[in-house]
Design a protein around this ligand. Structure first.
Ligand code: ADP
Ligand code: ZN
Ligand code: MG
Length: 489
């Protein structure tokens, strides 16, 4: 018998908040992948006895920005709680987090997949602090661990979704939409490699039609979208296969083994902790008056999904183009600046120049997109030269590559190299005549019925013009002259 299984996935996302100082002390936040270990540590984040935490208001504001952008409800007060457990990367023996009264609840995030748009519910958003970092060193006789507390006490925002996702594609779309949002809000760089954005999917599978969710596993240490997508796919297959064989799924935390392209057990529920949460006695409840919340709301930028919809309506772009252009605020700004500088240009054509040509050049050069590399005004200049017929499309591509390399404007490159498109009918007519005279055999074969040779002759004319002839005029002129030869026979 063939039972269908329905996967269900919910995501826990930890985002470090890009504040300059830590959550409860004045220590500087340093890049923990670059900085020398333990240079940004004080008695508070090292967990010395007798110290008191002081809440970073900037972190609260950043958290609020995200919560509001996710359309969450913001209760008037939230409570910090101690989450107690012992681990060497946690010097206090507890993590300050939020538990039953989080910063925000009941939000939603729109995602776009090949199936269209869906709203994914966000269960909660809460503030907490990051832990230190352990490095395990292998050595004879068992090895040892090194501890770096630079990251201990860095502000973290945890964003937990409802189990509303059902495919790896949706999981990827949700994670990417959230990353894009965090970057728009200026609260997180989205760098998964550096661990400032950590995505943990909870996955279960149930027989189709079943009301209850199946037993879930949770995957940790994913450092790319690719790993996220592949691990979710792997878990869906692994759990479906267990159910098919009538075996139970064990609730556990699993890790992603990149080399094996598989998830592997990390710890099972038996070892899971009882965190004995209790309210943090050293911090007052976090009260947010409506004035403050509204002030933060008023300063939110136009968000990716709103901008995507506007790009579709205002510029007539399809969902795909609009999404590629709006995923990064920098790119969206660049597109609109170029459009403003080239009022006559078709938005779709400008979108193609950016997402096709310019992104390809950027990828080939192995660099990040930089709006200054080919300034928006310079791109507008190039696109207008193509639109007006001054140069043709393929010359335009070559010119853009040169602009990307040298930073020089299109008009200068075109003038210097004599790349202007030849549209002059007389000039093109003689180019066609010369080409036909140079290839009498092919012309004869064409006149005898080998019609496909017209394309070849077209290529020869373009070649004689070094690619600079206006292809439409060449086409017309060539057809005309061949017709005349036909009639003359
Ligand atoms: P915790 O992991 O701390 O126990 P929760 O139980 O609240 O936290 O769930 C964490 C995440 O797992 C949420 O995103 C939730 O939607 C998701 N989740 C919970 N149960 C399941 C399940 N059976 N299948 C898939 N996802 C689940
Ligand atoms: Zn400190
Ligand atoms: Mg969990």
């Amino acid at each position: 018998m063939n039972t269908a299984y329905e996967p269900t996935i919910g995501l826990e996302i930890h985002a470090e908040l890009a504040t300059s100082s830590k959550m409860f002390c004045a220590c500087t936040v340093v890049d923990s992948t670059q900085a020398e270990p333990n240079i940004a540590v004080c008695p508070v984040c090292a967990g010395m006895p007798g110290v008191l935490p002081v809440l970073n208001q900037r972190a609260v504001e950043f958290g609020l920005r995200v919560a509001l952008a996710l359309e969450c409800e913001i209760p008037p007060t939230s409570i910090f709680a101690r989450k107690n457990y012992f681990y060497p990367d946690l010097p206090k023996g507890y993590q300050i987090s939020q538990y039953d009264q989080p910063l925000a609840r009941n939000g939603r995030l729109a995602i776009l997949t090949s199936q269209g748009e869906r709203l994914i519910r966000v269960r909660r958003v809460h503030l907490e602090e990051d832990t230190g970092k352990l490095t395990h060193v292998a050595a004879e006789g068992g090895g040892y661990s090194l501890i770096d507390l630079n990251r201990a006490g860095v502000p973290l925002l945890e964003i937990v979704s409802e189990p509303d996702l059902h495919t790896a594609e949706e999981v990827r779309a949700y994670a990417m939409a959230l990353r894009s949002l965090l970057r728009y809000l200026g609260v997180n760089s989205g760098d998964m490699q550096k661990g400032v954005l950590r995505i943990e999917p909870n996955i279960s599978v149930r027989p189709a039609g079943s009301q209850e969710l199946g037993t879930r596993s949770e995957i940790k240490n994913l450092n790319s979208f690719r790993a996220l997508e592949r691990s979710v796919d792997f878990e869906i297959r692994r759990q479906s296969e267990l159910l098919r064989q009538g075996k139970p799924v064990v609730q556990e935390t699993r890790g992603w083994d990149e080399a094996a392209d598989a998830t592997v057990p990390q710890r099972s529920k038996e070892e899971a902790h009882d965190y004995r949460y209790f309210p943090e006695p050293d911090l007052p409840p976090l009260a947010l008056d409506p004035g403050r919340v509204e002030q933060v709301r008023g300063r939110l930028p136009e968000l990716p999904i709103a901008r995507l919809r506007r790009f579709q309506e205002q510029y007539g772009l399809n969902a795909y183009d609009a999404q590629v252009l709006t995923a990064e605020m920098e790119v969206a700004d660049y597109f609109e600046a170029a459009l403003a500088a080239a009022p006559g240009a078709a938005p779709k054509s400008l979108a193609n120049w950016i997402t096709g040509e310019l992104f390809a050049l950027t990828n080939q050069a192995g660099v990040e997109f930089d709006p200054q590399r080919v300034p928006a005004q310079a791109l507008a200049g190039l696109v207008q030269m193509v639109a007006s017929g001054a140069i043709n499309q393929s010359t335009g591509k070559a010119v853009l590559a040169e602009m990307f390399r040298s930073g020089r404007p299109a008009a200068q490159i075109v003038a210097e190299r004599g790349l202007e498109q030849i549209s002059d009918r007389g000039k093109i007519a003689s180019l066609v005549r010369e080409t036909l005279e140079a290839h009498p055999q092919q012309v004869k074969a064409y006149l005898n019925g080998k019609e496909t040779l017209a394309r070849w002759l077209f290529g020869q004319v373009m070649r004689a013009a070094q690619g600079q002839a206006n292809p439409l005029v060449v086409q017309e002129e060539l057809e005309g002259q061949l017709q005349r030869l036909k009639k003359a026979r």
